[in-house]
Ligand binder design. Structure first.
Ligand code: SAM
Length: 234
């Protein structure tokens, strides 16, 4: 049986009771970085055989893990942080289990995108998750332009080194649209900074961003609603 186990995105306490149970009961824990995840298991008093499972060996390891699942082993799959398969390895193994009719279960748990969405206060009735924003500036521009066009809230994973570039693009093409930078979630310096792009450019120019970041762009439907309300009140 495969159990996909989300792990904390910063705060080591964010491991559910079921996650602890699954890790404790596993014959082997497949982890993106066994040293990194070994520290998490050690923190929770769990000692288990571990096997690496990352983007460079995912294909080879999937075949190996399928053999162990067929033999009846209990395998827990984790990544460095958050929910496997969400901008992380995992989906290939789940798909293989589906194809072979092997039993699996997915535990709910931490995910930076969902945490950021809820904390941003933006419309969560419909949302788009774009994963990491592209590194190439043309593709990044297109992705952000699509976010401005989109009716629903858009969520992206972003690097602190490129945040200012993305905010500058948003200031050019969507200056009236609210944006939220959700940074270091669940950690000591957790921050939700929601403002117009031009104000975020000014802030992060004065205070260069550090740590892990999600970038959210208000959808056109919520922006139109906000503008209608503002017009009514004026
Ligand atoms: N699987 C993970 C999940 O469920 O959220 C995402 C893994 S992806 C490789 C890592 C990216 O997620 C980071 O570069 C950052 O954009 C975002 N992220 C992870 N932890 C975060 C945190 N504590 N605060 C804000 N963003 C975070």
């Amino acid at each position: 049986m495969l159990t996909v186990v989300p792990t904390p995105i910063g705060n080591l306490g964010d491991l559910t009771l079921r996650a602890l149970e699954a890790l404790g009961a596993a014959d082997v824990v497949a982890a993106e970085d066994t040293r990194h995840s070994g520290l998490l298991l050690h923190h929770h008093g769990i000692s288990k055989p571990m096997i690496s499972f990352h983007e460079h060996n995912e294909a080879m390891r999937t075949a190996e893990l399928l053999g162990r699942l067929r033999a009846g082993e209990r395998i827990a799959l984790i990544t460095d942080a958050g929910t496997p398969s969400i901008s992380d390895p995992g989906v290939r193994l789940v798909r293989a289990c589906l194809a072979e009719d092997l039993a699996y279960t997915i535990l709910p748990g931490p995910c930076a995108a969902v945490t950021a969405l809820v904390g941003s206060g933006m419309d969560a009735s419909a949302f788009y998750f774009g994963g990491f924003l592209p590194v190439k500036s043309g593709q990044r521009h297109n992705e952000l332009a699509a976010a401005i066009e989109r009716a629903a809230t858009s969520i992206f994973y972003e690097s602190p080194h490129r945040l200012l570039k993305s905010l500058t693009v948003l200031a050019e093409i969507g200056s009236w649209r609210f944006v939220c930078v959700a940074r270091e979630l669940t950690k000591k310096f957790e921050e939700y900074r929601r403002a117009l792009p031009v104000d975020l450019v000014a802030h992060y120019t004065a205070h260069p961003p550090k740590g892990e970041i999600c970038l959210l762009v208000e959808g056109s439907a919520a922006a139109a609603h906000r503008e209608r309300n503002a017009a009514r009140q004026s």
